[in-house]
Write a protein that binds this ligand. Structure first.
Ligand SMILES: C[S@@+](CC[C@H](N)C(=O)[O-])C[C@H]1O[C@@H](n2cnc3c(N)ncnc32)[C@H](O)[C@@H]1O
Length: 290
């Protein structure tokens, strides 16, 4: 089966495409700076480098300007970058090595224009927070993964008890309590239950990183959903060991809650070990049994 290739008519996404992703070079310049800086630090990019296969066809969904392919390049890796935005694909093509093997395809994560079982790895980096229908996109990413292949997802954990996207204002202690309690309750695996936000960049806020988020990713729901899809979890981390809290100072009670939860998380205690700054998962599609 091959996914549909038209862009669904989500009005928020349409506006993000028209007003940011298809038109704003600066957006991709900031993304490039962020990726290049993060790739120099220990943490997120080591996780990606270690888990990506040394060779084979690798799909990046939401590839943007192509910086991830640049910093993760290796002689045997053939990347396919897929993105909604024509501008992103043009920038990615222009910055790709001439005569190299990288290819770029316009398409949406929720309906990937590739046959089943095409790639030995599929990655979504800083993508999840932009997806109004994340379950559909993740199921698509699993569909195009070959048996034995690896799915790599990495995003800020805006939906955890200690997180919040730059698009969410107010409600700190109440939000913490609600999410904290939810983290202790059993949930269905078929839905992740991530909370929607309105991207403030569409309300006139100056863009300075993730003001185009539409949803707040959360690790526990993601892990359950990946298992529900039949994927085997290889690495699940909220990045506490990487110690790169994003820039949310929060109120005093929030800072206190964060300090306590973080300490418990570093001791490896559940559910606190999943409360860190990122969602980072490596999952494998089970190989076909002989
Ligand atoms: C923050 S940029 C991330 C670019 C790159 N992955 C990085 O880490 O720098 C988000 C990108 O996701 C793309 N995008 C958003 N929603 C998408 C979707 N549903 N399918 C494919 N691409 C999408 C946007 O066009 C944009 O280029």
């Amino acid at each position: 089966m091959t996914g549909r290739s038209e862009v669904p008519s989500d009005p928020v996404r349409r506006r993000l495409l028209d007003e940011l992703w298809n038109t704003d070079h600066r957006y991709y310049e900031l993304a490039r700076q962020h990726v290049r800086a993060a790739a120099q630090r220990p943490g997120e990019y080591d996780f990606l480098r270690e888990r990506l296969p040394a060779s084979g066809d690798i799909l990046e969904v939401g590839c943007g300007e192509g910086s991830n392919m640049e910093v993760l390049a290796a002689p045997g890796r053939r990347f396919v970058g897929c993105d909604l935005s024509a501008l992103a694909l043009r920038l990615a093509t222009d910055s790709s090595p001439v005569g190299g093997t990288n290819r770029f395809v316009r398409g949406e994560g929720e309906a990937l224009p590739f046959p089943d079982a095409t790639f030995c790895a599929v990655m979504g980096i800083s993508l999840l927070e932009h997806l109004p229908h994340p379950e559909t996109a993740i199921a698509e990413m699993a569909r195009v993964l070959a048996p034995g292949g690896t799915l790599l997802l990495l995003s800020p954990q805006y939906g955890g008890p200690l997180g919040a996207s730059p698009c969410r204002q107010g409600g700190g202690p109440g939000r913490f309590l609600r999410r904290f309690l939810r983290a202790h309750l059993p949930r269905r695996g078929s839905e992740m239950g991530w909370e929607r936000v309105a991207p403030t960049v569409l309300e006139g806020a100056a863009y300075d990183g993730d003001r185009d988020a539409v949803i707040e990713p959360e690790l526990t729901g993601l892990v359950r959903y990946l298992s529900h899809l039949g994927l085997e979890l290889e690495v699940v981390t909220s990045g506490l060991e990487w110690a790169t809290w994003l820039d949310y100072p929060g109120s005093l009670p929030q800072q206190l809650a964060r300090a306590i939860c973080e300490r418990l998380g570093r001791l490896g205690l559940a559910p606190y070990r999943h409360f860190g700054p990122v969602v980072a998962v490596a999952a494998r599609r089970p190989p076909v049994k002989p």
